[in-house]
Design a protein around this ligand. Structure first.
Ligand code: NAP
Length: 304
């Protein structure tokens, strides 16, 4: 599909893209860049590309597809670095979890001769770095593309086909709409997980060790989410501020109602809510976004 694909940033998402591009034969050559010599050396050892650079511009030079796979806060710097060397007609995209900020940071800094089409694969794990990637990460997962009104439809179609070949279903929407939807489906749940695990950590030493020892599934599942990369998530909250604050406002109001129901002994209210939330879980399983297996499909120690 592409002659030269440049991956700027080679962590979980960048390395997964490299694996799947290799498996599907989507690029003649893959050029990799990352900011630290250690990560670059690791990428080379893992044979994730054909060429390796510490300078993003060297990787992007002559590429017909550049995918920025760094935390969203680095996009402006990357755009400024690669802009002078980009080939005419190249597609520039990214994988960041917030989209309006990517448009705002990159568009003014890129030449008009390239196609900027931001993207976000809704696929990930709590692990990071080049060792954590795998070829099937994007399979049967959504990838959202957020072109703007000036984007070239042919370039959008080509990027859509690329993600479909990586195994994803592609949906197209505006960057603002993406940010609002992801604020409730991903960003707020992460904030809640960071908060609850933080609260447990602040307990007195004795209680804290018991929380860890007896971590029942509720708390344990939060700790998995709260183990996600701190840099990536710091940038998400700083860059999707408005949408997160809006959903957080709604969440706090609903939490106050729950608190009142518990205080007043309003079992009916609690039962009604818990019945409605059960239906949401059922619909998620029905459309194949999760498994029905008990314990979230987690293997027991013997099965692993
Ligand atoms: P990661 O495993 O932590 O890898 C990050 C990469 O970006 C590394 O190559 C790192 O370079 C580089 N980097 C970090 N800070 C940088 C900076 N300030 N300037 C330039 N390069 C920098 O991250 P990831 O999980 O692949 O996430 C990458 C992007 O994908 C993020 O925008 C995230 O929002 C998005 N995303 C993540 C997931 C997920 O579940 N992880 C899912 C969907 C989308 P060095 O190691 O050399 O420092």
């Amino acid at each position: 599909m592409f002659n030269r694909v440049a991956l700027v940033g080679i962590g979980l998402i960048g390395s997964s893209l490299s694996h799947v591009m290799r498996r599907e034969g989507l690029a003649q050559e893959i050029a990799i860049s990352t900011r630290s010599p250690e990560t670059l050396e690791r990428a080379r050892k893992l044979n994730l590309g054909n060429e390796y650079f510490l300078d993003a511009a060297e990787a992007a030079r002559g590429a017909d597809l550049v995918i920025v796979c760094t935390p969203v806060g680095a996009c402006e710097h990357v755009a400024k670095t690669i802009a002078p060397v980009l080939a005419e007609g190249a597609i520039v995209s990214d994988v960041g979890s917030v989209k309006q900020t990517v448009l705002d940071q990159m568009k003014p800094n890129l030449p008009e001769t390239v196609h900027l089409i931001p993207g976000h694969p809704i696929a990930g794990t709590e692990f990071s770095g080049p060792d954590s990637g795998f070829a099937s990460l994007f399979e049967e997962r959504w990838c959202i593309l957020t072109p703007d009104e000036n984007s070239d439809p042919e370039a959008v179609k080509k990027l859509q086909r690329f993600w479909e070949k990586c195994g994803s279903d592609v949906e197209i929407m505006t960057a603002r709409h993406h940010d609002l939807v992801l604020a409730i489906t991903s960003h707020l749940p992460h904030l809640i997980a960071y908060n609850i695990v933080g609260t447990a950590n602040d307990l007195e030493t004795e209680t804290r060790s018991e929380v860890i020892k007896f971590s029942a599934s509720g708390f344990r599942d939060f700790t998995r989410i709260a183990a996600s990369d701190p840099t990536m998530w710091r940038d998400i909250f700083l860059h999707n501020k408005d949408a997160v604050l809006e959903t957080l406002g709604r969440f706090s109001e609903d939490l106050s109602s729950l608190r009142r129901a518990i205080r007043k002994g309003d079992g009916e209210m609690l039962f009604d809510l818990f019945t409605r939330t059960r239906d949401i879980r059922r619909s998620i399983v029905e459309i194949g976004q999760d498994t029905e297996a008990p314990n979230f499909g987690r293997y027991s120690k013997d099965e692993q």
